[in-house]
Unconditional design. Structure first.
Length: 324
């Protein structure tokens, strides 16, 4: 049984009396001790998918319009809000895209970590402080005894992101969802933070969903990947299968837009054009206006996901085959 099993998830956004589909037919599984990458350009539905898994869409304009989500065999959509809250932070935790908005600027970082521990583990303040010190040490914050009493603004961006990771790990989650955890950091710090997360995974055996717009980062860190375009998964495979047999023109474009000397993709430095907005209707394949391989049928018929090999799916009329 997969740790997380999502089938045909549909999300819609209420806009006036209309419901606009924003995520469509997303199916994903995450096994124990596995790292899944979700990659795609801005606005493709990565964060909304993560928020749906975490049960954090409540009170927003976004509705779950269809599909199922199971975590350790439990039907997430059947849980009460209270059960859902307990599960969040306890068994699944999330690191958000903007660390500064998730850390409260008026509280010391130690108190914020302790609060997470006390809330979910019911420890005394004294034991929670000891655990917070251990966590700060675990995420390699230098001099935890002093830093535990710092305010977020007294820390660097990389340190704040480490505090976020410490908070997420406070209750030993089975699943950690990291939404662009390093985008706000400079490149060397990015690498440190990612290595830290993977090192913690090796020690704790937790599973990770890593969301990024950078396929290079995903390829280096994940076991498998789902490529999202405009609310849909357009290609899904293990990293090794994907790198040896990249099929969707969009995936090729994502890799072509990062420096990759061993990939001879001449036709694209970046994908031309942009992701259509939610209210722009695109007939046929949603990617066809930007696609180098588009032909007649792409403009009229929306492709369905097809298996290229047992665990490699692509949603394209003209999959590209091997690039190596
Ligand atoms: N609360 C909301 N209300 C209305 N529209 C929303 C809301 N949240 C997201 N959207 C829209 O849904 C689409 C998908 O958003 P989402 O945040 O999931 O994208 P993303 O892939 O995470 O992008 P990014 O890489 O920029 O973080 C976007 O078009 C966005 O504008
Ligand atoms: Mg996002």
């Amino acid at each position: 049984m997969a740790l997380l099993d999502i089938r045909d998830l549909d999300l819609s956004i209420a806009r006036g009396s209309e419901l606009l589909p924003v995520v469509q037919g997303v199916s994903l599984t995450v096994e124990e001790d596995e790292t899944l990458g979700i990659v795609g350009e801005s606005g493709c539905g990565k964060s909304l998918t993560a928020l749906a898994i975490m049960g954090l869409l409540e009170g927003s304009a976004v509705r779950i319009a269809g599909g199922s989500m199971h975590f350790q065999g439990r039907d997430l959509l059947a849980l009460s809000p209270g059960e859902r809250r307990r599960m969040m932070g306890d068994q699944m935790a999330m690191i958000f895209q903007e660390p500064m908005t998730s850390l409260n600027p008026v509280y010391r970082v130690g108190d914020q970590i302790m609060e997470a521990i006390i809330q979910h583990r019911g420890m005394s303040r004294k034991r929670a402080r000891e655990r917070a010190l251990d966590l700060l040490d675990l995420v390699r914050i230098p001099d935890p005894m002093r830093r535990i009493d710092s305010f977020p603004h007294q820390m660097s961006g990389g340190q704040r992101q480490r505090v976020m990771i410490a908070m997420a790990l406070a209750c030993d989650p089975k699943l950690l969802i990291a939404d662009e955890p390093t985008t706000a950091l400079d490149v060397t710090v990015q690498k440190d933070v990612l290595e830290l997360m993977l090192g913690l995974q090796r020690r704790t055996g937790m599973s990770i969903v890593l969301i990024s717009h950078d396929l290079g980062v995903i390829a280096e860190t994940c076991d498998k990947v789902a490529v999202m375009y405009r609310g849909r998964i357009v290609e899904q495979a293990s990293i090794s299968e994907l790198l040896s047999n990249m099929s969707h023109p969009y995936t090729l474009g994502l890799l072509g837009s990062i420096p990759a000397p061993d990939h001879d993709v001449e036709w694209l430095d970046a994908i031309p054009g942009r992701v259509p907005t939610l209210d722009e209707a695109v007939p046929g394949c949603a990617f066809h206006p930007r696609c180098f391989a588009a032909e007649g049928s792409c403009r009229t018929v929306d492709p369905v996901a097809a298996a290229i090999s047992p665990a490699h799916f692509v949603r394209c009329h003209f999959p590209q085959g091997s690039t190596t």
